[in-house]
Design a protein around this ligand. Structure first.
Ligand code: SF4
Ligand code: SF4
Ligand code: FES
Length: 219
């Protein structure tokens, strides 16, 4: 450990040791795992997106002294820690159901129609344990089996679609796909609740964010 030279002269924060894919590296403390990858010269233009904990693209499995056991996390939301180790996980490749949305209250069998394997849930809790968002994934799956579409939608409100719950499910259930379908069906059936969405779409269409968008795209 020690001070790391800053590109602008002077010294940056203390440097710490991290282990990436089994190899040790020195990086400054106080940065995220993604920033550490950049610091080490990895371009990291794939497997990341929003850098804001929303897109779910940057999943890692990690172990750190402060957390003890291994867990999953989003690399853009995780600060490096001395002696931590991590590996990036592959992207979610599960198939999603494509269905037109209707303003009618959805049939309670709709979720199982598109995702019949959901009934195979053996309540092992693996999906809930791995979820980096702390969602009661298994509870959502059980609600889907019971046809409680609104309850499923509610449970998956903070889902970032990282797909980890599907990857660990031995029954090959796709909880996050079931969750997003429930959310879409619920919103379509209650269009009044999307008033702010229409306001934002109008703002985009009238060019309110054009300047910011061009700035982001050119950076
Ligand atoms: S991992 Fe699969 S089988 Fe286990 S609780 Fe979750 S959905 Fe059910
Ligand atoms: S519910 Fe599944 S896809 Fe959504 S954040 Fe949790 S693990 Fe990721
Ligand atoms: S880059 Fe989008 S959640 Fe990390």
């Amino acid at each position: 450990m020690g001070k790391t030279p800053s590109p602008r002269g002077g010294m940056m924060s203390r440097s710490i040791t991290i282990e990436f894919d089994g190899a040790p590296h020195y990086v400054p403390e106080g940065i995220t795992v993604i920033q550490a990858m950049w610091h080490l010269g990895h371009p990291m233009i794939r497997g990341i997106g929003c850098l804001n904990g929303v897109c779910g693209a940057c999943t890692i499995t990690m172990r750190s002294p402060s957390q003890g056991e291994s867990r999953t996390a989003l690399a853009c939301q995780t600060m490096v820690e001395d002696s931590m180790s991590f590996t990036f996980l592959p992207p979610d490749a599960s198939k999603k159901a494509i269905t037109p949305l209707s303003a009618e209250v959805p049939d309670e069998k709709k979720l199982l129609h598109f995702y019949p394997e959901t009934k195979r849930c053996v309540a092992c809790q693996a999906c809930t344990t791995i979820c980096p968002q702390g969602i009661d994934v298994m509870g959502g799956v059980r609600a889907a089996i019971n046809g409680e579409i609104s309850a499923v939608a509610e449970r998956f409100t903070s889902c970032v679609m990282c797909g980890l719950c599907s990857m660990v499910c031995d029954a090959r259930i796709r909880p996050h796909r079931v969750g997003i379908l429930a959310r879409r069906l619920s919103v379509a059936a209650h269009p009044g609740s999307t008033e702010q969405l229409y306001v934002r779409i109008d703002e985009i269409n009238t060019g309110r964010y054009k300047e910011e968008w061009e700035r982001v795209m050119s950076s």
